[in-house]
Design a binder for this molecule. Structure first.
Ligand code: PEP
Length: 275
């Protein structure tokens, strides 16, 4: 059964002092959480601090992006290989804030994803539609287009790496990010099932294994309804990741949902008793 995955995206927040307090709390409170992998994605300059603070913990850490280039005269770029040197497990790729701010195309996002895979990092590949696109009935078409390179564009070697490194997909409706408004559990479940079906078109086994997490104003108040859905395998949290209690509570809710789902699986798998 897929474990839940709860990732904090710290964005452009933090200071050495604040980070240390937050990382220490997460480490203390989440060391024995069942059925949940927890991770934080921090600004590059704090990766060394995260590595020092978390290396003897169950919490993973990662970057928020990696360059589409591997080396060369690319001022301010940070390569996947550099990020990997700091013990990172994950990197976010294709976040909508990058797509909007830097006009990142699907092609560039795919290049970053490939670099992450070749550096041994697990990419968290973000997809999601804007409000206009949803209102225009185009949500699935947009997400399908964003997913195409990942599903069909990777050659068999890269796809095998994605499988081995447990690539993650984050469904993040743009209209729900940072707005306090989240997708309904039914809306999110429908899109997650759609993404899983796309992956099954290429590899059925991987479609059962891959974790598809939801992002967009997830918080303790709405986490249970979202994380109880069968295809929602966790959350990518922005604002709620900056408050220790909110992140910890969301992880606890994820654990509770995982335990309930495990029970349902066990019941479904139990042989029928004939009387
Ligand atoms: C995000 O930026 O990935 C995100 C989901 O942010 P928030 O939780 O604040 O909506």
């Amino acid at each position: 059964m897929r474990k839940k995955l709860v990732i904090g995206n710290w964005k452009l927040h933090g200071s050495l002092l604040e980070n240390q307090a937050l990382l220490n709390r997460l480490k203390q409170e989440l060391h024995d959480i069942e059925g949940v992998d927890a991770a934080v994605c921090l600004p590059y300059v704090y990766l060394y601090q995260a590595q020092a603070a978390l290396q003897d913990s169950t919490i993973a850490w990662g970057a928020q992006n990696v360059s589409q280039f591997t080396e060369g005269a690319y001022t301010s770029c940070i390569s996947a290989q550099m990020v990997a040197e700091f013990g990172c497990t994950y990197t976010i790729v294709g976040h909508s804030e990058r797509r909007a701010l830097k006009l990142e195309s699907n092609q560039v996002a795919t290049k970053r994803l490939l670099n992450a895979l070749h550096a041994g990092l697990t990419p968290i590949f973000c997809v999601g539609e804007t409000l206009d696109e949803r209102d225009g009935g185009m949500a699935e078409l947009i997400v399908r287009n964003q997913m195409l390179n990942v599903v069909y564009g990777l050659d068999s070697q890269a796809f095998a790496l994605a499988k081995k490194l447990n690539m993650v997909i984050a469904y993040e409706p743009v209209w729900a990010i940072g707005t306090g408004e989240h997708a309904s559990p039914e809306q999110a479940q429908r899109m997650h099932a759609f993404i899983r079906m796309m992956i099954a078109e290429r590899d059925r086994e991987f479609s059962e294994q891959i974790r598809i997490v939801y992002g967009g104003s997830m918080a303790p108040q709405n986490a249970e309804s979202l994380l109880s859905m069968p295809d929602i395998d966790g959350g990518l949290l922005g604002r709620a990741a900056l408050v220790a209690e909110d992140f910890i509570d969301t992880c606890r809710i994820a654990s509770h949902c995982w335990q309930q789902q495990r029970q349902l699986h066990a019941q479904a798998a139990a042989p029928a008793v004939i009387v």
